[in-house]
Design a protein around this ligand. Structure first.
Ligand code: NAD
Ligand code: MG
Length: 395
């Protein structure tokens, strides 16, 4: 490798952002941090800037910018502090950047991630909501710009590793029968159904195998995460929802599988640690050390598989319906889910009301055809407003 890769980490203070910086710091001869962004944890962002000495940092508003600039200047750092969505788009598309880690959570990541794609960057996609919202537009932008899009979501990274290079023309053309998307089933896989109305945000965020941000932890508990991943897989691998089967695999050691027409089933395995897909995508097509310990198969001992239960997990059905409906339905599903998850985290609603809100929004306002980014953003706005109305009616 000739030059040190300049990397922007969007969402640097989050779970994926921190894991990315951990891998980057193991390979100073390969990677340098060009920009870091953070939304709320300013002290953490400052500490990350002191350690990684980026050229730019991006924060949410003027006040945060003043605080951060002051701290960095007194430490002798010349990091320039930018603000808000325009700042995020600037560091995502800057001519000196090679690679962008898109690790903002939720719809807030859409525009900066698209900016990186449109600027032909190597884009490491953790922010699945961006792709779920804008699917076809996003993939068209990848095609037109020549951006290199690599999946960070462990399942999609696993599928990518199990596919041949030339899958882009359709999975049938490379002999794939179906994709098997694994799911741990989350913390409530075996909780008696009547207790789901009483589970707390703390219980929902205590994932049995993965340590993640709060929003994706709740999504994992409701299995909306798997629903979003089903939609994500269809766009990334140019396939239909019917070709993607969800398999509950509680040990989270097989990260997904590809089933071929000759009966071969290829799986990617490893410890449940996001540094593996991050290192894979950072170095691709090479391999580098990620800091993840080797998989101890004797400690794993057994691998279990079950079919998902859509009565227990209605979010999975809702996501499949939105995927089949297409148009703006996935963007509306995502927006309604973001509002519902936030309301659950704030203890305004019960856990099992999350799917009720989403179902109400999607049945009140069905999706329409996507004509451009404006259609997607409008669908996002309408779905959020309908979800808020549901919350107001509930009281
Ligand atoms: P997190 O909550 O730990 O971090 C989110 C990051 O986004 C933080 O840096 C935060 O400051 C920033 N952010 C939040 N709201 C923002 C806003 N409105 N504007 C700008 N920045 C904002 O989340 P995470 O677990 O790191 O997940 C990040 C993304 O990666 C999500 O889309 C998630 O679905 C995906 N993902 C995460 C994991 C995981 O193991 N954590 C695995 C697969 C995919
Ligand atoms: Mg995943």
């Amino acid at each position: 490798m000739s030059h040190v890769q300049q990397i922007t980490v969007l969402g640097a203070t989050g779970s994926i952002g921190l894991s990315t910086l951990d891998v980057i710091a193991r390979h100073p001869e390969r990677y340098a941090v060009f920009a870091l962004s953070g939304f709320s944890r300013l002290a953490e962002l400052e500490a990350l800037c002191l350690k990684h000495r980026p050229r730019f940092a991006v924060v949410r508003d003027e006040q945060a910018a003043e605080l951060l600039s002051g701290g960095l200047q007194s430490a002798g750092l010349s990091t320039e502090v930018l603000i808000g969505e325009s700042g995020l788009c600037t560091v995502a598309s800057h001519p000196q950047v090679d690679t962008v880690m898109a690790a903002i959570v939720g719809a807030a990541g859409l525009k900066p991630t698209l900016a990186a794609v449109e600027a032909s960057k190597k884009v490491l996609l953790a922010n699945k909501e961006a792709l779920v919202m804008s699917g076809d537009l996003f993939m068209q932008a990848v095609k037109h710009s020549g951006a290199v899009l690599l999946p960070i979501d462990s399942e999609h990274n696993a599928i990518f590793q199990c596919l041949p290079n030339n899958y882009a023309n359709g999975l049938e053309s490379v002999g794939v029968r179906r994709i098997l998307l694994t799911a741990s089933g989350g913390p409530f896989r075996e909780t008696p159904l009547e207790q789901l109305a009483h589970v707390t945000p703390e219980q929902a965020c205590a994932h049995p195998n993965w340590s993640m941000g709060r929003k994706i932890s709740v999504d994992s508990a409701s299995m909306m995460n798997k629903g979003l991943e089903l939609i994500e897989a269809c766009w990334l691998f140019n396939t239909r929802p019917a070709k993607v089967e969800v398999v509950i695999h509680p040990q989270s050691v097989i990260h997904s599988l590809v089933d071929y027409v000759d009966g071969s089933v290829l799986a990617q395995m490893g410890n449940p640690d996001m540094r593996t897909p991050i290192a894979h995508a950072l170095a691709w097509p090479e391999r580098i050390d990620s800091g993840v310990p080797p998989l101890d198969l004797f400690a794993v001992a057994r691998l279990d598989f079950q079919a998902p239960d859509e009565v227990r997990f209605p979010c999975l059905r809702l996501a499949r319906e939105a995927a089949d409906a297409g148009g703006t339905s996935p963007a509306m599903l995502n927006a309604a889910n973001e509002v519902a998850v936030e309301a659950f985290l704030q203890r305004r609603i019960r856990f099992n009301e999350i799917p009720s809100i989403i179902e109400d929004v999607l049945s009140t306002q069905p999706g329409v055809a996507v004509e451009g980014l404006a259609t997607v953003l409008e669908a996002d706005r309408v779905a959020r407003s309908l979800a808020e109305q549901w919350l107001t009616r509930r009281g």
